[in-house]
Design a protein. Structure first.
Length: 267
């Protein structure tokens, strides 16, 4: 079985793949000060909850936008399972071209999302990832990563609004009955939910003007279920997209990596 780890600024998503079946997955808060031993204990607890055998894990892959947490997970996996986890991208065979300057500036999670979108959906494609930041990634008709955009995420936008306004208080992130708010709560909900959906639609439509109107549009990330139902451009939500991309990247690279190690041992 394969352990796939996606380390984001706000959340960490973990998945266990048994061949091409996602046997279990979890979402936990990103804790920058947590040590490798603490992550090892956490992993054991998560496996016990799902009645998974720790010993069945024989591979691991990590994508991360938080270097310190990535290193803690890498050490935890190595000490716990004796596995040298693959790190995305770190010289891996991505199976796609990256037309971005410089290529190494593309976030590891965005690479995994693009790889999964190419495999699972038709291209051209647009991936909208609703995380700490909301990122849009564009994949061309020839299956190349050609760029994207980065916008402030929904939650940090909301946090900034309430932090900078003395008389406004947080409201539930849900749509109001009517887009024209009849009170402060519904006015805020209208601006937050419908306003953010409009931001996404505006960006997607601009991307489609370049890629083509037939581009598949996939939403992912923890906040996707809140926003996507109120957009007109995002066709589906796929919360496991990044984990799928990690499995595909692992499968694409593990044989070559094992072969290289074997050649070195024979030298």
């Amino acid at each position: 079985m394969l352990l796939a780890v996606d380390v984001g600024n706000t959340n960490i998503v973990l998945g266990v793949w048994s061949s091409d079946v996602l046997a279990a997955h979890w979402r936990i808060a990103t804790e920058h000060r947590r040590m490798a031993d603490e992550y090892a204990v956490l992993l054991r607890s998560l496996f016990e909850i799902e009645n998974l055998e720790i010993s069945d894990i024989d591979g691991a892959i990590i994508c991360s936008v938080v270097p310190s947490v990535q290193e803690a997970f890498r050490v935890a996996i190595e000490s716990f399972w004796g596995i040298d986890a693959l790190i995305v991208p770190a010289g891996l065979n991505l199976g796609m071209e990256i037309d971005y300057s410089p290529p190494e500036a593309v976030g590891a999670d965005r690479i995994a999302n693009a790889v999964a979108a190419i495999d699972k959906y038709s291209v051209p494609a647009i991936v909208v990832d609703f995380g700490t930041a909301t990122t849009l990634d564009a994949i061309s008709a020839r299956g190349a990563y050609v760029g994207g955009s980065i916008a402030p995420g929904l939650q940090i936008s909301v946090d900034a609004l309430f932090a900078r306004t003395a008389r406004l208080r947080p409201v539930p992130l849900e749509p109001p009955v009517c887009p024209i708010g009849a009170d402060t709560t519904s006015s805020l909900q209208s601006g937050i939910i419908y306003g953010y959906a409009g931001l996404v639609d505006g960006l997607v439509e601009r991307f489609q003007n370049v890629l083509g109107k037939n581009a598949s549009v996939i939403g992912t990330g923890g906040l996707a279920p809140i926003v996507v139902p109120h957009t007109r451009t995002v066709g589906q939500v796929d919360l496991d997209l990044t984990l799928l991309g990690l499995r595909l990247l692992y499968d694409r690279n593990v044989d070559a990596r094992s072969g290289a190690r074997q050649d070195q041992s024979l030298a």
